[in-house]
Every structure is written in C-alpha cells, then in structure tokens.
Design a protein around this ligand. Sequence first.
Ligand code: TYD
Length: 198
Amino acid sequence: MFITFEGIDGVGKTTQINLLKTYLESKNKEVLSIREPGGLSFSEKIREILLDTKTEINSTTELFLFEAARSELTEKIILPALNENKIVICDRFYDSTSAYQGFGRGINLDDINYLNTVATQKLVPDLTFYLDIPISQSLNRNINKVKDRMESNTLNFITNVKKGFDKLSELYPDRIKRIKADDSIDQVHQNIIKHINV
Ligand code: TYD
C-alpha cells in the first residue's frame, strides 16, 4: 500500500505521518516513511539545491529537478519496498508537482502529468491525504521558521498552489482525501485513520 501526504507548507504533514506510522506499526505492519524531494542521498542533494535560497533556477529546471529526485526515489526505494509488501508513506509525491509547478508556476499541466508518469513509472498512490488549512494559518505556523526557497514565494503563488490542491482533490475524490487540518492533532489523526483499512 502506497500512501502520500500533500498540502501547502505548514499544514502539519510530518506530525500526521509519524502518528499514522505508529498506528500502522501497532497493527503489525511494516512501514517505510520517506520524504520528497529526498529520501536518498542523491535526492537529498537535489533537495538542497531546490530549497537553497541562493539557487536561481527557472521553473522548467525546477520541474526537472523535482522529477529527477522522484525518479530515483521511486525506483530505488518506493517500488522495492512495495514489492516487499511494506506500507510506504511518502511526504509529498507528484501531486505536489502538479500543485506547485503547475498551478503555482503556471507550467502546462498535461506536460507535468506526462513527466510525472515517466518519473514514477506510472506508480499511483493508493491513498493521498490532502491536509487542508487556510493560508493565513499556514503562514502563522511558519512565522518563526527560516524560510527555504520554496517557502519564500509570494502570497499569490501560495494561493494558486492551494487552489491546485483543492482542484486535484475534486478531480480524484476516490484517491485524494481532503482532511481539515486545523483541528487538534488527535482529531486530524482520527479523521485520517477512518480511511485506513488494515
Ligand atoms: P517539504 O518537504 O514539505 O518542505 P519542509 O520539509 O521544509 O516542510 O517540501 C519542500 C518544498 O518543495 C515545499 O515547499 C514544496 C516543494 N515541492 C514542489 O514545489 N514540487 C514538488 O514536486 C515537491 C515534491 C515539493
């Protein structure tokens, strides 16, 4: 089973992923949790480039770098783990590219969909949790954080990214579960595990 978590920055994905991992392990499941971009030394290096505020890259290069990191992670980590019947939880996957590089940067969505299928060898998550909070709240949660390159984008960019996630969850309601993430940590966790059948 392949589960992904999505949403704008500061929605609490990491906390919820850790809680879900613990929950699944309490049911005797073997769980691998990873993050995108990253999860592998090659991909972590790409992550560093992508998030470094000193990096100046155009949107297309940015897109290719996210896909490059994803291609390595999919082939070397995700597919082998799924073949061993592990549950894989990934902090972001290709929906982030559709939302950030597509809706955010304005790159053609058909092109992005195509590159997504190439990078992932057509792997589709079984379940995606879109953690949804108002933008004002996500900005508040990040207020004391040193911002990386992606977090330094304009409010207009974040607004478009959020619209992207909203739209994706409408387009794929069977796969993408939109979870109201401004409730208590435990309430959000309970709403997540309602969708988990183990
Ligand atoms: P994330 O790991 O959520 O950042 P952090 O650990 O700092 O919370 O994601 C890194 C950033 O990269 C985030 O701003 C979203 C962005 N991103 C894209 O723009 N496109 C992508 O395909 C992915 C996977 C992430």
